[in-house]
Design a protein around this ligand. Structure first.
Ligand SMILES: O=C(O)CC[C@@H]1NC(=O)NC1=O
Ligand SMILES: [Fe+3]
Length: 408
């Protein structure tokens, strides 16, 4: 018998394990054992194997609910400045186009981010990660995309590396050099994509600073052909791809990411059935972003019935960014997934656990199962549905990352 490092007893487990027939994969009146940062046993407390209770720390959950640590699989936390004055202008009737013509929008965040040093960007992102940590988040995907030249995109990736080394949350870095056209390449999108493919991506791969590559494929972003070029270059360098796709129109970005066996298609409000089928066939995850939908007051809902019909895994994420989703809360997204997108509470919880892990290509987390990372959150709730039902309630009791108590 390998003695555990920690045992949690008197606990209800929302395992999120799809192989269990119960809703949420739940095990009530359960227990869980941790060894060297991984789950070594879980099940009914009545079936718990013997262990030396004198030598082993035991935490009685007193009937609280344990879930996998939450995963925010789509964030833009690396930036400086804010766009609060634009928010004010838009509410006074100034259009996006007018703001962009005044040099606002993404361009203003790019200017502020280029001027910011590593420390400023680190401190900004650390504060945002701390907000997510307090909500039970244990893994975060952090994209670049506000540097838009080689030096500054690499700067952002270096900040991600520092965050991964110094913050308890596990950081997964995505290169999003093809987020927007930098001002110095106005009207020269193909020339900028040359830089992304021929200069930035080889450096990103050589320095091993990102595990995935993303593109904003949209009529106000990059075209289908330009997106293909980036995906082709990324794949040749051994990097997985994902895509901001069908957010404002249907540019067939989803079918393109599926063609490259990509990790996820994100936003997808304008996705059609051929795109859903392509995702189903490729195992590509749908990442739904209700925060941007809400903040932009969009009306086109993502095709939930088609995603369910074709059994496409649905994840949910904050999309935290200064322009279209300045909402640094994954718990709010759980609630919005239900209230705005009409997902069920179980679907939204899958969306920030097992399906979010899949959207990042991670198979070692997102489910309470033997051999998985001991990343979990203990909640003062009477049922897992409460996690999407209520918001703003301080219901997180404890948080463990790799079996280490991180928040209590
Ligand atoms: O406005 C910003 O700063 C980012 C917008 C954000 N980026 C993207 O690809 N889609 C979005 O909604
Ligand atoms: Fe985004």
């Amino acid at each position: 018998m390998i003695e555990p490092d920690l045992v949690i007893t008197d606990v209800n487990l929302a395992t999120m394990d799809g192989e269990r027939s119960a809703p949420y994969g739940m095990i009530e009146q359960g227990a869980i054992m941790i060894k060297e940062g991984m789950i070594s046993w879980l099940g009914l407390q009545a079936d718990m194997p013997a262990f030396d209770a004198l030598a082993t720390p035991v935490h009685s959950a007193k009937g609280a609910w344990l879930t996998p640590g939450l995963i925010d699989c789509h964030t833009h936390i690396l930036f400086a400045g804010d766009r609060a004055t634009e928010f004010e202008q838009r509410l006074q009737g100034v259009s996006y186009q007018q703001i962009a013509q005044q040099g606002g929008g993404i361009a203003s965040t790019v200017r502020a981010t280029r001027e910011a040093d590593h420390e400023t960007l680190f401190v900004n992102a650390k504060g945002r990660l701390n907000s997510l940590l307090r909500e039970g988040v244990t893994t975060v995907e952090s994209k670049t995309g506000y540097g838009l030249d080689t030096e500054n995109e690499l700067k952002l990736l270096e900040v991600n590396k520092l965050l991964a080394e110094h913050h308890p949350i596990d950081i997964h870095s995505t290169f999003l050099g093809a987020h927007a056209l930098p001002p110095e390449y106005k009207g020269q999108a193909d020339a900028y994509i040359d830089i992304v493919c021929d200069e930035m991506l080889p450096r990103v791969a050589e320095l091993n600073l990102a595990s995935a590559v993303d593109v904003f494929c949209e009529n106000v972003g990059f075209s289908y052909e330009q997106t293909r070029r980036v995906f082709d270059a990324a794949t040749k360098l051994g990097l997985k791809v994902k895509c901001h796709a069908e957010q404002l129109s249907n540019q067939k970005g989803t079918e393109l990411v599926a063609e490259f066996a990509g990790l996820s298609a994100d936003h997808i409000e304008y996705l059609d059935e051929s795109g859903v089928v392509a995702m189903a066939n490729a195992g590509t995850v749908a990442v739904l972003l209700p925060g941007a939908f809400y903040f932009l007051r969009e009306t086109q809902l993502p095709p939930l019935e088609l995603l369910r019909k074709h059994k496409v895994p649905m994840a949910i994420a904050s999309d935290f960014n200064p322009g279209t989703a300045p909402l640094c809360s994954l718990r709010l997204m759980l609630n919005m997934g239900c209230t705005l997108f009409r997902m069920t509470p179980e679907e939204t919880l899958q969306g920030v656990t097992c399906h979010a892990a899949k959207a990042l290509g991670l198979s070692d987390r997102g489910v309470l199962k033997v051999g998985m990372r001991a990343d979990f959150a203990l909640w003062d709730i009477s049922h897992p549905a409460q996690l999407s039902y209520q918001f703003g309630v301080n219901d997180l009791l404890n948080l463990w990352i790799l079996g280490k108590l991180t928040q209590n």
